[in-house]
Design a protein around this ligand. Structure first.
Ligand SMILES: NC(=O)c1ccc[n+]([C@@H]2O[C@H](COP(=O)([O-])OP(=O)(O)OC[C@H]3O[C@@H](n4cnc5c(N)ncnc54)[C@H](O)[C@@H]3O)[C@@H](O)[C@H]2O)c1
Length: 458
């Protein structure tokens, strides 16, 4: 079959894979190829055991794969054949040198730019899908345009707003698609090419076009605002625990104000995920580099509060279990940074597990999708850790349960049965406030929710 366009995506991760699967699904006349340096990942994208878990993803991949969706490790050939290249490689926080712990590590991005130059034989449209510091597109355009082949590369920014756990739904019904370009004739033409892709299924009113810098900065600001809401309600949860206020009642009362809204208002053990912390640090770094220290300090506090919430959770477990957890069996229900994903990057579960292990607890980790990643996260430290898929087996002879992830399956457990197999006194620390605390208390548990009065039998 002759395709009207060749689209390439470099980076077959949480963003590249699902985004390209949906573009291929909705645009059968385009050939979509996803490449990656990671052979194992590509092998799994070509099987039914996909490298990431997202509801609805396997179904979408199955429809398009082999028709107009292909996964490959042949990066040179992919670049040569492409008209449009989405770059969706990872951009973690730098761990070395200048800006370590704050700035984005752009080595993968830059490597990709050099590869694009090396293998291109005709002009191409380059799309920034990765989240990048403001003005990266400009730098990329410089690297790309510095080629001796005289090939023109236009760079547009199309940041991705999908949330893990609902990636397929978010891609199919996005709140908005954002496309930033240079405001030149060629830049606007390039933006229109990307608009045309999304217009296959996204209503025109939801496709926003801006200048390049606004698109890049909007992504960082969106994540900073979302994380800020979580830190705000978590800060209030600490105050609730000192008073008789209930954070869930406050969330409801405050969130009922249409100007504020109810989403991202649930107290929790803290936010995780590969993006929030990294993107805020990046924002902070950019602000500092422009001398805007007050602005930088303001956003940095969002992370300080998130760290505080995780520490508070661990301290509470230790204190309430009579100040020692040495040798005590504690079951973590959940390890993924949120429900419906196996992703554990920056998950509060990692911090909680490490701290409890420092205190020499015997940990059992139970998660329907994240055990493979949990093993990697705790490699070398996991002497005394058991990984268990079945929640009922995970709680056998445990003295305490700590809820880390809000999986539906945990809400539906038979807690009478759970109580009957645990050691007594039995403790539950609900780091997501997902359980029926009064009911648990009646069954016999000592219950420690977040931002609500504790329910204890002693
Ligand atoms: N995960 C999310 O929810 C999310 C949401 C929005 C935006 N983002 C942004 O999207 C970008 C990608 O995130 P992700 O979660 O998909 O990362 P990821 O680590 O899951 O995937 C990145 C992939 O790029 C590959 N890669 C790196 N260098 C390469 C190269 N030179 N050539 C080919 N492949 C290469 C890696 O092997 C990896 O498979 C990041 O900038 C992130 O901030 C992520």
């Amino acid at each position: 079959m002759k395709f009207s366009k060749n689209i390439l995506c470099i980076g077959a991760g949480y963003v590249g894979g699902p985004t390209m699967a949906i573009i291929a699904l909705k645009c059968p006349e385009y050939k979509v190829t996803v490449v990656d340096i990671n052979e194992e990942r590509i092998k799994r994208w070509n099987s039914d055991d996909l490298p990431i878990y997202e509801p609805g993803l396997l179904e979408a991949v199955r429809v398009a794969r082999g028709r107009n969706l292909f996964f490959s490790t042949d990066i040179p050939e992919g670049i040569r054949a492409a008209d449009i290249i989405f770059v969706s490689v990872n951009t973690p926080t730098k761990t070395f040198g200048h800006g370590a712990g704050m700035a984005s590590d752009l080595q993968h991005w830059e490597k990709t730019a050099h590869q694009i130059v090396a293998y291109s034989e005709k002009p191409k449209l380059i799309v920034e899908k990765s989240t990048l510091p403001v003005r990266t597109a400009e730098a990329m355009e410089r690297i790309l345009s510095g080629n001796k082949k005289n090939i023109h590369f236009e760079v547009v920014s199309n940041p991705e707003f999908l949330a893990e756990g609902s990636a397929v739904k978010d891609l199919l019904e996005p709140d908005r698609v954002l496309i930033g370009s240079q405001q030149t004739e060629s830049g606007l033409k390039a933006a229109q090419v990307i608009v045309d892709i999304y217009a296959h299924w996204v209503p025109a009113g939801k496709i926003i076009t801006t200048n390049l810098w606004s698109a890049e900065l909007s992504k960082l600001v969106a994540n900073a605002f979302l994380a800020q809401r979580i830190s705000s309600i978590n800060a209030i949860s600490a105050l609730c625990e000192k008073t008789d206020a209930d954070v869930a009642e406050i969330s409801f009362a405050v969130g009922s104000d249409a100007r504020i809204g109810s989403r991202f208002m649930k107290a929790s053990v803290g936010f995780g995920g590969s993006c929030f912390k990294k993107d805020i640090l990046n924002l902070v770094y950019i602000c500092r580099s422009y001398g805007l220290n007050e602005v930088a300090d303001y956003w940095e506090k969002v992370i300080t509060m998130n760290d505080y919430q995780q520490e508070r959770f661990v301290k509470k477990i230790i204190k309430e279990m009579f100040n020692t957890i040495v040798g005590k069996k504690i079951t973590l229900l959940g390890f993924a940074f949120k429900a419906n994903t196996g992703d554990t990057r920056e998950s509060p579960g990692i911090y909680v597990a490490k701290q409890l292990l420092e205190e020499r607890a015997a940990l059992v980790i139970c998660d329907p999708q994240a055990l493979e990643n949990a093993r990697k996260d705790l490699a070398g430290l996991d002497h005394g850790v058991t990984y268990e898929l079945d929640p009922y087996r995970a709680v056998e002879k445990a003295q305490a349960i700590a809820v880390i992830t809000e999986w539906e399956v945990f809400k539906k457990l038979d807690f009478e049965k759970v109580f009957s197999v645990m050691q007594k006194p039995a403790f539950i620390f609900d780091g997501r406030n997902i359980l029926d605390h009064q009911r648990l208390f009646k069954i016999g548990f000592n219950v420690f929710p977040l931002g609500k009065p504790s329910l204890t039998h002693f």
